[in-house]
Design a protein around this ligand. Structure first.
Ligand SMILES: *Cc1c(COP(=O)(O)O)cnc(C)c1O
Length: 363
């Protein structure tokens, strides 16, 4: 009998998401559990997005607009790009999948940074597309020089998470300029800006400016983080219109639900909600970055809404001790960091609770 699946599926490790609150409360017999595991917005969604979804819910017997017309137009206006250059997906995860399926063949090669966002690898492997991983450099940082050296004539697609998940580090314009200059025109660079709104690196490269200059650069963002819409799945990417045309051929006809479309439009209009979110997050991030190193752990400066805490010893027991205290964080062994936890910035009282819990556990 033939194997049920090809070898690349047999060896595929599923993506492990953050543990849900209800499951943790049931397993540990506790209540008041907080989740600092998936980089969600602790202030919740924009009330305007909630109201828009409420109004749209009566119409869910109808198929959604397959073109996501209003959302694409709102984004195009907001970003200052023609609508032909804007593509929306059911989360940026769908866009990652589509880029892999549409532009990479099994004969091509792709490049990733080892230890960076796992979904790139999962999407590539799930489709039997080859990939090579270039190690990070000191400080948990992308090594763009080494990545540029690793490019071959077969390299078709390169994923860059900037800021990075799970390390929270970021690289600047000079590094990206030098990198993009070395990438051949038939190789695509995906600049994943999932934490764009949070990033306060002074020379942070806005991917949109690169898209204007280079037809092989794709800038990707999401409504899942600062916009607080992780549960409805809305992401978008800006790229050359020819590429958008191909993605529109390979995507599912109704890839965004009607609720996701109206939520995205409304959230985009609520700039105040994003501002409030970013202000609170950065304030709390500085608090965590000041408090945690005093406990003897290594915390690189974060440009996101989470901290990467390197305990310099196995993190699994610390993760479990935190669970017993009702705090869900995110172990990252699958990324190659068995000694670290990724911890999302929560509300002030949640972060205080995390700091005291870690103090007790590490004492
Ligand atoms: C959270 C995240 C995404 C967003 O995923 P969605 O599918 O939009 O929820 C994309 N890239 C990185 C690096 C992320 O951390």
């Amino acid at each position: 009998m033939r194997p049920l699946v090809p070898p690349f599926i047999e060896t595929l490790k599923p993506y492990v998401p953050g543990k849900p609150i209800e499951e943790t409360e049931r397993e540990y017999g506790i209540s008041g559990v907080i989740k600092l595991a998936s980089n969600e917005n602790p202030l919740g969604p924009s009330p305007k997005a909630v109201e828009a979804m409420r109004k749209a819910v009566d119409q869910v017997h109808l198929y959604p607009d397959g073109a996501s017309y209003y959302l694409v137009n709102a984004l195009a206006r907001h970003l200052g790009f023609p609508v032909e250059q804007v593509f929306v997906g059911s989360g940026s995860n769908e866009i990652i999948e589509l880029l892999v399926r549409t532009f990479v063949t099994p004969e091509d090669d792709t490049l990733l940074c080892a230890g960076s966002f796992l979904m790139y690898k999962v999407a590539l492997q799930a489709h039997g597309r080859p990939f090579r991983e270039v190690p990070m450099k000191a400080g948990y940082r992308y090594d763009l020089e080494a990545m540029a050296k690793a490019i071959t004539p077969r390299t078709r697609l390169i994923f860059l998470a900037n800021p990075d998940n799970p390390t929270g580090t970021a690289f600047g314009k000079a590094e990206l300029d030098a990198f993009v200059a070395k990438v051949p025109p038939d190789c695509f660079v995906v600049h994943d800006e999932a934490y764009f709104e949070y990033c306060d690196l002074p020379d942070y490269p806005n991917g949109l400016e690169y898209v204007r200059k280079s037809p092989n650069v794709i800038a990707m963002r999401t409504f899942a983080k600062a916009y607080g819409l992780a549960g409805v799945r809305v992401g978008y990417a800006v790229m050359d219109s020819k590429l958008v045309g191909y993605l529109n051929r390979t995507r599912m006809p109704f890839n965004l639900t009607s609720l996701a479309q109206v939520a995205g439009v409304a959230a985009l209009e609520d700039a105040e909600h994003v501002r409030r979110t970013v202000t609170l997050t950065q304030q709390e991030l500085r608090k965590l970055e000041a408090a945690l190193p005093k406990l003897g752990v290594d915390v690189p400066r974060s440009y996101t809404n989470f901290v990467f805490v390197d305990f310099k010893r196995p993190a699994q027991p610390i993760y479990e001790a935190l669970l017993r205290k009702g705090i869900i964080t995110r172990p990252v062994p699958g990324y190659g960091f068995p000694n670290a936890l990724r911890i999302s910035v929560g509300l002030p009282e949640q972060n205080d609770r995390l700091i005291s819990a870690l103090k007790e556990i590490l004492a």
